[in-house]
Design a protein around this ligand. Structure first.
Ligand code: NAD
Length: 338
């Protein structure tokens, strides 16, 4: 069993913990928090040993009736791999600790590529992650872009990508973030950081991106255009999407035309936390003008990177022969088929 510690039990960390616990070849040896919170109670309730960043805060946890197993260093010492899901900018500060204890570590998209020197998306570069000490799983938007661009590139060659990201303002539980009533250009400058971030996984791809933030909490929406090298049809693109284990087709017959309806669908399907791990690509949006492919895809920001973290663990621990094997194991353990 691969021993996994999750440093930072928040939006991403709590999902990674549950996804790891569901795998037949992995176990959660601990999760961490900085202060007592609802999530800390949940960690106790789920039976994950809870470690804390500063042990002198233990009395606060004791007072709240939350059981503490020790400090973060004790957790790291027992782990084969640490998934660092602390807020962006904090994770990089933990690198020294991981180096000191010779433990493997995975960071998230809130950190720069340089933190690990290698950026990961399982359907694009699983092989390169094998045996590595450090890896960074790219952000939710970058993961969604990499999956579709790489799949289309392999089949038809992608000459150029133009993509506009309409991003959610905050995660559902973040009551102090916005915007509440605005469309915010973020950034105003073009290109946004998403294009270069895709190139950290797919260096050969010519991509330019723009982004804005809107008042919604569930999912981003991407409007994507790709110039293809070879001629392709809508049906061929749809076949690629249907065959991909991390992409799902939103069929016209469902009547779904929004992120709100996707959430309802995820809940009705019984997905834990209404999580959508796959790119949700609208079948009726897939179309061509000459060799230029157009499509809309919705990306569940809290979920798509979770399964990528599980595959990254397996790759770094040499726990699966190839990407397809790991992706299938991860998906099956979570009971989802894209
Ligand atoms: P979050 O704020 O929801 O959770 C972070 C957790 O880390 C919190 O539980 C906090 O208590 C804990 N923490 C803070 N400082 C700590 C420390 N020093 N030691 C241990 N724990 C500490 O953040 P999040 O949204 O889960 O983001 C985590 C990372 O994932 C970031 O890099 C972010 O950019 C990336 N990411 C987030 C999303 C998303 O939609 N939320 C999507 C993809 C990637």
């Amino acid at each position: 069993m691969i021993k996994v510690a999750i440093n930072g039990y928040g939006t991403i960390g709590k999902r990674v913990a549950d996804a790891v616990a569901a795998q037949p070849d992995m176990e959660v040896i601990g999760v961490s928090k900085t202060k007592p919170s609802a999530e800390a109670f949940v960690a106790n309730q789920r039976g994950y040993p809870l470690y804390i960043a500063e042990i002198n805060r233990k009395p606060l946890f004791d007072e709240a009736g939350i059981e503490v197993a020790g400090d973060v260093t004790e957790m790291i010492k027992q782990a084969d791999v640490v998934v660092d899901a602390t807020p962006g900018g904090i994770g990089v500060k933990n690198k020294k600790l991981y180096e000191l204890h010779g433990v493997k570590a995975i960071w998230q998209g809130g950190e720069d590529h340089e933190v690990a020197g290698f950026s990961f998306c399982s359907s694009c570069n699983f092989e390169e992650a094998k045996g590595r000490q450090f890896t960074r799983v790219v952000s939710c938007n970058t993961t969604g872009l990499c999956r579709i661009i790489h799949a289309v590139d392999e089949a038809f060659g992608v000459k150029r990508v133009r993509a506009t990201m309409v991003r959610r303002g905050s995660d559902p539980g973040e009551v102090k973030k916005g915007p509440v009533d605005a469309i915010v250009l973020n950034p105003v400058e073009i290109p946004s950081h998403h294009g270069p971030d895709v190139q950290s996984v797919l260096p050969e791809i010519d991509i330019t991106t723009m982004a804005m933030i809107v008042p919604t909490t569930f999912m981003h929406m991407h409007a994507i255009q790709m110039d293809l090298e070879k001629e392709a049809t809508k049906e061929e693109i749809i076949e690629i999407i249907e065959a991909h284990p991390r992409m799902g087709l939103v069929r016209g017959a469902t009547g779904i035309k929004s992120t709100a309806e996707l959430k309802e669908f995820a809940q009705d399907m019984g997905r834990q936390r209404a999580d959508l791990y796959e790119n949700c690509i609208f079948a009726d949006s897939v179309g061509f003008v000459g060799n230029e492919l157009f499509l809309f895809q919705a990306i569940h920001q809290e979920a798509d990177v979770v399964v990528e973290n599980v595959d990254a663990i397996r790759a770094m621990m040499n726990g699966a022969a190839d990407a397809a094997t790991s992706i299938q194991m991860t998906n099956e353990a979570l009971g989802f088929h894209a």
